[in-house]
Design a protein around this ligand. Structure first.
Ligand SMILES: [Fe+2]
Length: 457
């Protein structure tokens, strides 16, 4: 730790005025640390001041001048809000706040978006909306195709658009096909776990695995062996209740712009099924699409700013929902339940669903089979006292229908028994519940679904 006098000397070395070419952004969030990274035009020393308030009180410094700055804030208290700012020469960044990683027993939020290249205005609109729900979020996953060709100028544009978001939420991207031409710049700009091309991150009760489709991933490859080993470790770790994967090309899509990636379907989906992966996030298709196969939600969230893909093929039996729009996905993890919302730049929620933990290591396994989603409908979806719920399933089996409040606490159980195929009608008497947002969550052995219900008074 430097004294204030020493820091003043360090900063006095600078003669020329520095300018940030990459504003400070967060990288490689771990259980107790985070990396702050930025770049300057001129050679500068680097200082990060941080603490629980804007008075800061802690600092990390690197005295050797450079244009690239990567400083580690270590020893962070879990699930705690920190303020920080960066000083390089005469330049000081604006204050920003982030939340340190959540421990096992705390809820947390993460965001997912992708395919942000080309249309800066659309990209900015998506990021601006993400910012409204970003405070306190743990991670921002990017499903690839950040820029058109990965040039320095394009990364400059990317970080200018995302600077306010990534100053507050650690970025965890995975390479897309548009990153392939310049992986040197990928490694320059990102500080990620492992080899930085495929890797694992941990937050709260979840494991996150980034899979790179642009180096070998089929059975027997190094990456396939790595992924299976990571998934086995998840299964052996009782603290891991949710497993998420993100990769660029979806194995299940009905877009007319890009076909499903059948290599992923053949070589990776069986692993996802065997080891209880809950949600696989994808991009490449510039739209939103959700497919449900063998209990796994495949969520394509490629509406980040690339030219939208408007044309669709006929829906498949595994198609749940699809919409051409700019969007991102917000994910809230509350214990064993995960709530997802796909949100447009104007704030409209175009899709929402909930999943229960799939218990890593206890997945169903076996070959891929197509399933029809069990459905739940609320009538009316905005109610004062009584909500009628219709459950529709085409398979016999055990069904649970529970009501959760907006932060995931169960507040009612309407069904927990085997039912026959067909439609079943239930009533939720909500007169004793306070006004607000609730979710009716339907869970079966074949998958789960949820609908929001708004109670008014
Ligand atoms: Fe792509």
């Amino acid at each position: 730790m430097k004294t204030r006098a020493q820091l003043a000397l360090v900063l006095a070395w600078t003669c020329a005025r520095a300018t940030f070419t990459s504003y400070p952004y967060l990288q490689n969030l771990t259980e107790s640390s985070v990396v702050v990274r930025w770049e300057t035009v001129t050679m500068e020393p680097a200082l990060v001041e941080y603490g629980l308030t804007t008075a800061y009180g802690h600092s990390v410094v690197r005295t050797e001048p450079d244009t690239v700055h990567e400083l580690v804030l270590a020893g962070l208290v879990p699930d705690t809000s920190y303020h920080y700012r960066v000083i390089s020469g005469p330049d000081t960044s604006a204050d920003a706040a982030f939340r340190s990683s959540a421990p096992f027993d705390r809820p947390f939020r993460f965001l997912v978006h992708g395919d942000t290249r080309t249309d800066s205005a659309a990209h900015q609109a998506v990021v601006d909306r993400m910012l409204t729900v970003a405070p306190g979020s743990a991670l921002a996953l990017h499903v690839g195709d950040l820029t058109e060709n990965g040039t320095l100028a394009e990364y400059g544009t990317f970080f200018r658009i995302e600077q306010n978001l990534l100053a507050r939420v650690a970025s965890f991207p995975v390479p897309g096909n548009h990153e392939l031409g310049n992986m040197d710049n990928w490694h320059r700009f990102f500080v990620l776990p492992g080899n930085e091309r495929y890797y694992t991150a941990r937050v709260g009760n979840a494991a996150f695995h980034a899979v790179n489709l642009y180096e070998p991933f089929t059975s027997g490859s190094q990456q396939h062996l790595w992924l299976e080993s990571e998934l086995q470790a998840d299964g052996a770790d009782s603290a891991v209740r949710h497993v998420f994967v993100w990769l660029h090309e979806p194995p299940y899509t009905t877009s007319a712009a890009h076909p499903s990636n059948f290599e992923v379907r053949e070589h990776l989906c069986p692993l996802f099924e065997r080891y209880g992966v809950g949600i696989v996030f994808c991009g490449h298709v510039h739209a939103y699409e959700r497919s449900l196969v063998n209990g796994i939600q495949y969520v394509t969230t490629g509406g980040g700013g690339a030219p939208l893909h408007w044309d669709w093929l006929e829906p498949e039996p595994w198609t749940v929902f699809r919409l051409t729009c700019y969007e991102f996905v917000q994910v809230d993890v509350h214990g064993d339940t995960v709530y997802c919302q796909a949100i447009k730049p104007d704030g409209e929620v175009v899709d929402s669903f909930a999943c229960e933990a799939r218990k890593p290591g206890l997945g169903e396994g076996g070959s891929v089979r197509n399933l029809k989603l069990p459905a739940v409908v609320a009538l009316p979806s905005v109610a004062r006292g009584t909500v009628n719920l219709a459950v529709r399933t085409d398979k016999p089996g055990h069904v649970r229908l529970t009501i959760h409040d907006a932060v995931g606490r169960p507040v009612g159980k309407l069904l927990n028994q085997p039912i026959v195929p067909g439609e079943h009608f239930l009533m939720w008497s909500a007169a004793s519940q306070p006004a607000g947002l609730y979710y009716a969550v339907l869970s079966t052995n074949h998958g789960c679904n949820a609908v929001p219900v708004v109670l008014t008074r």
